[in-house]
Design a protein. Structure first.
Length: 130
């Protein structure tokens, strides 16, 4: 489709008398010198239609890619959720804090304390939290 668009732009440049330098980016604005009669108008209409189709096609490809990313995230989330519900030791069994409830409780309590003290220092009205 892009090759067709390129060829149509070059035809438009020929019909309108526009000179395109070699190696320059070929855009519709660069190739359209104005005029050219009914033949040039037909080519302009074809170029416009191809540009719209190309824009829709590019968006569709991006949507497909993005859809695949979200699908992969959903599958990964389902697998991790299944493991967490059935046997979380598969993921966390090698960590010592997983088998020791007491050490995990102390870590959570320390985090809780730091959070509360930070809140109470930032907002003095929350002194009742301590």
């Amino acid at each position: 489709m892009e090759r067709d668009l390129y060829n149509l732009r070059l035809q438009l440049a020929q019909l309108t008398g526009k000179v395109i330098l070699e190696g320059a980016e070929v855009t519709t604005e660069l190739c359209d010198g104005g005029g050219g009669g009914s033949e040039a108008e037909e080519i302009r209409k074809k170029i416009d239609k191809k540009e719209r189709d190309l824009f829709v096609e590019r968006r569709a490809v991006f949507r497909g890619w993005l859809k695949n990313v979200f699908l992969g995230q959903a599958i990964l989330s389902l697998a991790v959720s299944w493991i967490m519900v059935t046997d979380p030791s598969i993921l966390f069994g090698r960590f010592d804090w997983f088998s020791s409830v007491n050490s995990m409780y102390v870590k959570i309590w320390k985090i809780h304390d730091k959070f509360i003290y930070t809140l109470s220092s930032l907002f003095p009205y929350f002194h009742w939290l301590q």
